[in-house]
Design a protein around this ligand. Structure first.
Ligand SMILES: NC(=O)c1ccc[n+]([C@@H]2O[C@H](COP(=O)([O-])OP(=O)(O)OC[C@H]3O[C@@H](n4cnc5c(N)ncnc54)[C@H](OP(=O)(O)O)[C@@H]3O)[C@@H](O)[C@H]2O)c1
Length: 320
């Protein structure tokens, strides 16, 4: 009897104790890769989209700490100004600003770029970070399905408008924040706007695959320009990204232990933006600050070229 009770007691003590002792190792595993570069960015100009919260805000903070002039390109200027004050206070870098950019509106993107080109003579790092996920079916001001419009087409147009300034400022880098969700994506040329069938989870995956294909095609076109472009998966991060799904949002709030913090989630973006060993690396995909596996669809040069051409047509631009 006592032997049985002893075993039960030992079980109830040893299991929680093992979990308690293993917790720091589990947490370190979840936190993932850390950017080891100590590169300074004094004199460098950085633009980060969607930097008023989450991964973008922590990426902005890290690059500000390294001395860069950082422009937070955001749609919500109240949140953006709060983020600017916080970043200035915590880094001591006063050269941090917020500018209005709504990626769901090509007029706003053009206005942002026009003002930027007037005010800034150089651009060394462009981080296409902003994103939406699991939106109920909706369209941007220009009639693009929301995930495709914000996550892909908005950044495609922004990059097009800023590309000459990046080339003039070379060496320069473009960093596209994609996701491992691209593995579930497909470019459905027959129904790009999801009008025939729509699944909000898949719409996110398709847009993140578009980020990978854009990176691939752009890298080819930028060869020899001194501008590199890479894509990345930041990890599964506790942020506001799940705001359109009450279940996911609730889970992310009660299980933060199993998710990366935004600081941890920013590491691969920072790595792609500053790591010295990536000076000439272009067209690649990273996760946890290491090269990562791209889905077979993400390797398809024909799809990448076709997506490029269709994106130009939809946006009414010529980009050779
Ligand atoms: N969190 C993850 O687990 C995870 C995993 C893989 C990939 N990612 C990618 O990481 C990136 C950052 O996501 P996050 O997790 O940091 O999410 P988040 O906290 O929701 O931040 C997203 C940012 O994008 C901005 N944004 C959304 N729509 C915009 C628009 N139309 N114009 C301009 N800005 C807009 C948001 O601005 P508002 O605050 O005004 O809405 C916010 O600043 C996204 O590209 C996402 O796909 C995240």
């Amino acid at each position: 009897m006592f032997g049985f009770l002893g075993s039960v007691l030992a079980f109830f003590i040893s299991v929680p104790l093992s979990i308690f002792l293993a917790a720091p190792y589990i947490r370190k595993y979840i936190a993932g890769g850390v950017c080891k570069s100590t590169a300074k960015l004094n004199g460098k100009v950085v633009v980060i989209t969607g930097a008023n919260t989450g991964i973008g805000k922590e990426t902005a903070r890290d690059l500000a700490r390294r001395g860069a002039r950082v422009i937070l390109a955001c749609r919500d200027m109240v949140k953006a100004e709060t983020a600017v004050s916080e970043i200035r206070d915590t880094t001591g870098n006063q050269d941090v600003f917020a500018k209005k950019l709504d990626l769901a509106d090509t007029k706003s993107i053009r206005e942002f770029a026009e003002n930027f080109l007037k005010e800034e003579k150089e651009l060394h790092i462009l981080i296409n970070n902003a994103g939406v996920m699991l939106c109920p079916y909706s369209k941007t001001v220009d009639g693009f399905e929301m995930h495709l419009g914000v996550n892909h087409l908005g950044h495609f147009l922004l990059t097009f408008l800023l590309i000459e300034r990046l080339k003039q400022s070379a060496p320069a880098r473009i960093v596209n924040v994609s996701s491992m969700a691209h593995h579930g994506g497909k470019i459905r040329f027959h129904d790009l706007q999801g009008e025939k069938s729509y699944n909000r989870g898949l719409a996110y995956c398709h847009s993140k695959l578009a980020n990978i294909l854009f990176t691939r095609e752009l890298a080819k076109r930028l060869q020899g320009s001194g501008v590199t472009v890479n894509a990345l998966h930041p990890g599964t991060v506790s942020s506001e990204l799940a705001r359109h799904s009450s279940v996911l949002y609730f889970l992310s709030k009660i299980l933060p232990f199993f998710l990366k913090t935004p600081v941890e989630g920013a590491q691969t973006s920072v790595h792609c933006a500053v790591a010295e060993e990536l000076d000439t690396v272009s067209g690649k995909y990273f996760s946890d600050c290491k090269p990562a596996y791209i889905s077979p669809q993400g390797h398809n040069d024909e799809t990448a070229r076709q997506l490029w051409n269709v994106s130009c047509e939809l946006l009414g631009i010529h980009w050779d």
